[in-house]
Design a protein around this ligand. Structure first.
Ligand code: C2E
Ligand code: CA
Ligand code: CA
Length: 563
């Protein structure tokens, strides 16, 4: 009587439940299931008690997990349990909540189960997991997950499971240029294709991660040989000899720079390993690009020294701990100043100076150069006015201008304002730019330079002979003066071809109406030679090293006394 009352209750639940419901009484053999349960599992009415067909419906890969779990529940005589599994082809997820009733001997007598389709929730969860672990664009590990897995792999090396770990940090060279030329969409497509190339190496012990837009990493958890990662690098570069073909038909070649390190030499955890591989990669960038470099301790020391220097530089910029030195430029063959070139020094303390070569490139990279450059212009003009007003100086002032400064579209306005404020004639001011400045954004730069020349400023091309040094383009660029680099002057007497080239350059430059200055003249012989080939002006240690403003004043006085 009791049982039949319950049975009607189960019938009621089963007919009204929106969820899958199934009840089994093992004592009586009574089984009832809701229509939704039959629908979920695809079981016909009347077949509710066929447990073996239910097992067939379970997704293959989840069967063992399901069986283990049920055995454990029965073994422990647990009453309530919850289990999630997939059914059919694995695309449908079921959340199964059950209640077991046992008799005194521990035999299962009754089972109530509720089944819910949780496929949508599962998909959402998997998507979130995916987002937490993978880079959405390329499908490789994201930074966090790459690091987490690498740390886990380090644990396995310590546990003797893996042999050795090697890490490679990869950077696509000049990617900005590629991006600019093919656009964002094609650029992203290229990145996806590159990531796919890297994924070819992926396995359960080789993982690929993305660290920034065009920076990737590969970790070998269980490298077979000392050089396995180098072999992979070589293989990648071989593959890159073939272009990527984009959906618009464009063929794009890319180069990569790579830094390589291994555990434990390059660090005791994943973050340290990545950092050291990154430092090694930067070493490549600084020198050549399109190559690879294996991390060494000395690189880390250099890096740390640079980090310290960069911090100090920022403080120096705030406190303006700089001084300007000036190097005289003489008219060739005359003891008369054509001008002076302002050369900055960073004053660490009363006796210690840092040369510009050691901090200007850093300042250009982190943007400090804008503030430094403005200070240089103002200070140089201030000293120039002092010499002119108080000591009768009538030469020019040359100021080095960095590419970063020249990129500012308001640069010519700024310079004009400074000279106006100090009542200086633009024609007394010469700006020195290098070829590399000119080559970057050629159109914009030449426009700014033309503007400056129209106002009356002089423009000088510095370090000629070290960069592209193409004579043919000289006639098309808005300059007044050409400075022949020290490297030419150094060998002008010893190397016949340098001599011939220098001679030819000076002749041609003169025909173009440009003035010439020879830089880094250190010997009388060089001076004599340069005079002979009609070089206009001479600058170098022979005639004067860079010196402070007070020494320039002394020099002006001395030279004035002679006339
Ligand atoms: P630069 O413009 O080519 O300057 C010439 C460099 O050669 C100076 O080095 C000068 O001291 C050195 N020099 C001149 N004559 C001789 C010589 O006869 N023998 C030898 N061995 N060296 C000579 P410095 O002052 O160390 O400057 C290095 C570079 O730093 C400069 O090369 C310039 O590119 C940059 N720089 C200096 N001051 C500034 C500045 O105010 N702004 C910017 N943007 N760059 C600057
Ligand atoms: Ca210069
Ligand atoms: Ca120079």
């Amino acid at each position: 009587m009791e049982k039949s009352k319950n049975n009607s209750l189960y019938e009621f639940i089963s007919s009204t439940s929106n969820e899958g419901f199934r009840y089994v009484n093992y004592e009586t053999g009574y089984v009832i299931a809701s229509a939704r349960w039959r629908e979920l599992f695809g079981i016909e009415k009347g077949k509710e008690n066929d447990e073996s067909s239910f097992k067939d419906i379970l997704f293959k890969e989840d069967r063992e997990k399901f069986r283990d779990k049920i055995e454990r529940i029965l073994g422990k005589q647990e009453e309530n349990y919850e289990i999630e599994y997939r059914i059919k082809d694995g695309t449908t997820w079921i959340a199964h909540t059950g209640t077991h009733k046992y008799d005194k001997e521990g035999i299962l007598i009754e089972k109530f189960s509720f089944f819910r389709d949780i496929t949508k929730e599962k998909e959402k969860q998997l998507e979130l997991e995916y987002m937490a672990y993978f880079d959405a664009d390329t499908g490789v590990y994201n930074r966090n997950y790459f690091i987490k897995r690498l740390d886990r792999a380090i644990g396995k090396v310590l546990g003797g499971i893996y042999k050795r770990i090697q890490v490679m940090y990869l950077h696509i060279d000049n990617f900005n240029v590629v991006y600019d030329s093919i656009g964002f969409e094609r650029g992203d497509e290229l990145l996806i294709k590159f990531a796919k190339l890297l994924l070819q190496y992926s396995s359960h012990v080789v993982k690929v991660g993305r660290f920034s837009n065009n920076e990737f990493a590969i970790a070998l958890y269980d490298a077979e040989t000392e050089n396995e990662i180098v072999d992979i690098y070589n293989d990648i570069t071989d593959k890159l000899l073939t272009p990527f073909i984009l959906s618009d038909g464009n063929e794009i070649y890319i180069n990569v720079s790579a830094g390589i390190t291994s555990y434990p030499e390059g660090g005791l955890n994943a973050t340290e390993l990545i950092k050291c591989a990154d430092i090694a990669m930067y070493n490549v960038k600084r020198n050549s690009k399109n190559s690879m470099c294996i991390f060494e301790e000395s690189m880390l020391n250099k890096f740390l020294k640079n980090v310290k220097l960069e911090k100090q530089l920022k403080i120096a910029v705030e406190n303006l701990n700089f001084v300007l030195y000036y190097q005289p430029q003489y008219y060739a063959g005359r003891n008369e100043l054509r001008g002076v070139e302002a050369l900055i020094r960073w004053k660490i303390n009363e006796n210690e100076f840092v040369n510009p070569g050691d901090f200007i490139p850093m300042a250009e990279k982190n943007g400090c150069i804008v503030d430094i450059g403005e200070w240089v212009i103002r200070k140089a003009l201030e000293d120039f006015v002092d010499w002119k007003m108080n000591y009768g100086y009538n030469g020019m002032i040359s100021i080095n201008i960095s590419a970063v400064q020249l990129k500012d579209p308001d640069f010519s306005k700024l310079l004009t304002k400074y000279v106006k404020d100090k009542n200086v004639l633009p024609s007394d001011v010469e700006i020195e730019i290098t070829e590399s400045v000119l080559i970057q954004d050629f159109d914009i730069t030449t426009k700014t330079l033309s503007e400056l020349r129209k106002i009356g400023f002089k423009v000088s091309l510095d370090d000629f002979g070290t960069g592209y040094s193409s004579l043919s383009y000289l006639k098309n660029i808005p300059i007044d003066t050409l400075k022949i680099d020290k490297s030419f002057i150094d060998t002008v007497l010893t190397d016949t071809s340098t001599g011939i080239i220098t001679d030819a350059v000076i002749k041609m430059v003169k025909q173009l109406g440009l003035e010439t200055i020879a830089e880094g003249v250190e010997t009388e012989e060089q001076y004599e030679y340069l005079k002979k080939v009609n070089c206009d002006n001479i600058q170098g240690f022979l005639l004067g090293k860079p010196m402070d403003s007070a020494s320039i004043i002394e020099l002006i006085k001395k030279l004035n006394d002679r006339y």
